[in-house]
Ligand binder design. Structure first.
Ligand SMILES: C[S@@+](CC[C@H](N)C(=O)[O-])C[C@H]1O[C@@H](n2cnc3c(N)ncnc32)[C@H](O)[C@@H]1O
Ligand code: SF4
Length: 458
């Protein structure tokens, strides 16, 4: 795929990332704990019936300067112990609100760095989940790890707790890049860690990379991806570095080195895309890749791929998401809700026997339709108005009227050879994936609000 330069300039404008709809900066502070607890109870009669559990471990031992995640930098072992006790208490507080008949289909440990805490703590939480919940036949149990803090024993422990996917943040193999962004260089080579993981039957590996960091060039990133392909992970992600120094102050420090230009970033994207495709991987959305036999690739083929804050998921594992831990975001059918902002606030409230939700959002019926449309665009690169209408018991024309949508809004994308449409369908071409966020924004009734700021799309 070759992306023309004029297209990059044209579409490199601030747009939401659409990891949720409406985006997280719409969450409101007047949505509180009582609203969340009520929503949890009501979620028992909503679809999907499956339960997805998100556990947030905010701890990292040092801050990577590019980081956009919710982290708490510490090496305080006592604090980590108290945090895990609080997590267990929080799970036990929410559990009675959920119908016993509902099963867990997905558990995702994210961060921060979940493997910054001792593996035995993870085992304790998993034991609680196992005793409190029933699981579907093949649940997806995944964890995000920093390879610098992984070793054989830790991996063996994760396998024994039932994990079937370990995602490692590699970011880049180049030591000068890692040093510039203040990131530890792993002592055990990624190749070796992957080998240790794959020695457990059923365990799969995802590797995360970022392009757009200081010192990276099209050529150097191509070498990074070539090495990644040799490692043959089951999945791989190439994140475009999101530079938002007005939110994440530490990112400003990267500006001293100069950041790769939008053109250079596009080169990195194009080359890695071509490399991954040539190696037999299926591109998912803009930045994820999976083996053709992976259930994610199969879901894309049948146009049934979904997405939540934790990433892409299939129909089998998609559940309403119940988040535990500081800053965790629950994603129920009608509601988003975010937990306490800081570790001390979180511990204080859990100690008092209450969970704390600091902000959230109740979706309107129209927003639920838009969320579904944006999901189809971002995940399946395809939309059928009839299918959307069927899902919400509406005629296709009624859906379009609700969004004030007319086909003319898509004509600029058609002129740029990014998509095609007919009376019922919108089909996005490979090149269109590069501007998926821009295409999704056409259906977003909130776009253009001058009070909201987003990162640029490239
Ligand atoms: C929670 S981290 C993964 C686990 C572990 N903390 C680590 O860094 O290895 C999630 C991923 O988000 C990506 N990420 C973090 N900050 C980002 C940013 N500003 N722009 C794009 N991707 C980012 C990184 O690739 C990172 O691996
Ligand atoms: S990238 Fe990962 S290890 Fe680095 S600060 Fe962010 S969450 Fe922590």
């Amino acid at each position: 795929m070759k992306i023309p330069v004029d297209l990059i300039e044209k579409y490199n404008v601030p747009v939401p990332r659409y990891t949720s709809y409406p985006p997280a900066n719409f969450f409101e502070a007047n949505f509180g704990t009582a609203d969340y607890l009520k929503a949890v109870t009501e979620s028992n009669s909503e679809q999907p019936e499956n339960i997805s559990i998100y556990i947030h471990i905010p701890f990292c031992t040092q801050l990577c300067l590019y980081c956009g995640c919710n982290t708490h930098i510490t090496k305080d072992a006592d604090l980590m112990r108290r945090y895990v006790d609080a997590l267990i208490k929080e799970i036990q507080m929410i559990r009675p609100l959920l119908d016993k008949s509902r099963k867990v289909s997905q558990i995702h440990w994210g961060g921060g760095t979940p493997n910054a805490i001792p593996s035995s703590y993870i085992g304790e939480v998993m034991a609680v989940l196992n005793s409190e919940f029933e699981f579907i036949d093949k649940p997806e149990i995944a964890i995000e790890c920093n390879p610098a803090a992984l070793n054989k024993q830790y991996i063996d422990d994760l396998a024994s707790f039932g994990f079937n996917r370990i995602s490692m943040g590699v970011q880049d193999f180049r030591e000068d890049v890692l040093k510039a962004v203040h990131r530890e260089v792993p002592e055990i080579a990624i190749e070796e860690l992957v080998h240790m993981i794959k020695s457990h039957q059923g365990m799969t590996v995802n590797l995360d990379f970022i392009y757009g960091l200081p010192f990276q060039t099209g050529e150097s990133f191509a070498k990074t991806i070539a090495r990644a392909i040799e490692i043959a992970p089951d999945r791989l992600v190439t994140f475009s570095y999101a530079h938002v120094p007005w939110v994440k102050k530490a990112q400003q420090k990267l500006e001293q080195y100069g950041l790769p230009s939008a053109d250079e970033k596009v080169k990195m994207f194009e080359t890695s895309w071509a490399q991954m495709k040539a190696a037999g991987y299926v591109p998912i959305g803009l930045d994820h890749y999976a083996r053709p036999e992976d259930e994610m690739s199969k879901a894309l083929q049948s146009r049934t791929l979904h997405r939540n804050f934790q990433g892409y998921c299939t129909r089998e594992t998609t559940g309403q998401v119940y988040a535990f831990g500081v800053t965790g975001i629950s994603q129920l059918e009608n509601v988003y809700a975010q937990n306490s902002r800081t570790v001390s606030e979180y511990l204080e409230h859990i100690d008092k026997g209450e969970t704390l939700v600091v902000k959230g959002y109740i979706l309107t019926p129209t927003e639920k339709i838009i969320r579904q449309i944006i999901n189809e665009i971002m995940c399946n690169q395809y939309l059928s108005w009839t299918k959307i209408g069927d899902r919400f018991n509406l005629q296709p024309e009624e859906v379009k009227n609700l969004l004030n949508f007319s086909n003319e809004k898509l004509n600029p994308f058609v002129a740029d050879h990014l998509l095609e449409y007919n009376d019922d369908e919108i089909i996005i071409y490979d090149l269109g994936r590069f501007v998926l966020r821009n295409i999704a924004a056409v259906f977003d009734i909130h776009v253009g609000d001058p009070n909201r700021k987003f990162s640029k799309s490239v």
